[in-house]
Design a protein around this ligand. Structure first.
Ligand code: HEM
Length: 163
């Protein structure tokens, strides 16, 4: 009984759930202020987009596929070497879930800070978008929903790339 009460109290005070909690294999990063504003886009209203992406399971598949394709692409694979892909997958899933109206909080860094030492070029950005399109196609996300999502991400190019 006491155990049940303690458990209930702990659950009542628990913060909102994100797709995956901070993974024990993640590397520490420098301190930063957590805010959904770091996601660099406002979420879609309603659940139309979230359903078009097949909810959490669909977004998880798309992000994993996007990362897998990116690290396997000789044009951009080097950029991902020596970076914490456990954290990248987790925060990308949060960011996509937040923007698509899935109700997650984004706990990662802002787009400028996250990419500042990577020396990214516009061609790198285009390669990543290509992989995202392939991952959305594979998930059978309708074309119109794909384009609406890409339009939300497009302004991030200025923050992520150097030129
Ligand atoms: C719309 C485009 C993009 C979005 C939405 C995006 C999103 C993110 C997110 C959420 C993070 C993690 C932030 C954190 O750790 O707190 C991140 C980091 C990273 N991104 Fe991007 N990104 C984009 C473009 C790119 C491109 C074009 C590349 C390379 C081709 C790239 C490579 C990386 C790498 C290597 C990291 C890890 C940095 C580190 O460990 O310090 N990203 N990105």
């Amino acid at each position: 009984m006491l155990t049940a009460l303690i458990l209930a109290a702990a659950l009542a005070g628990a913060p909102p759930e994100n797709p995956s909690p901070t993974h024990p294999d993640e590397e520490a990063v420098d301190a930063y202020v957590q805010s959904n504003a770091n996601a660099a886009a406002t979420p879609f209203a309603g659940d139309e987009m979230w359903r078009a992406f097949h909810g959490r399971a669909g977004v998880d598949r798309i992000v994993d596929d996007l990362v897998d394709r990116s690290v396997a692409d000789p044009r951009i694979s080097e950029v991902f070497e020596a970076h914490d892909l456990v954290r990248l997958r987790r925060t990308l899933k949060e960011q996509f879930c937040y923007i698509l109206g899935g109700g997650c909080d984004y706990t990662g860094r802002d787009m400028t800070a996250a990419h500042k030492d990577l020396g990214l070029q516009n061609t790198d950005f285009n390669a990543l978008v290509e992989h995202l399109q392939a991952a959305m196609d594979r998930e059978k996300v309708p074309f119109r929903a794909q384009n609406r999502f890409l339009a939300k991400l497009a302004p991030m190019q200025r923050q992520a790339v150097e030129r």
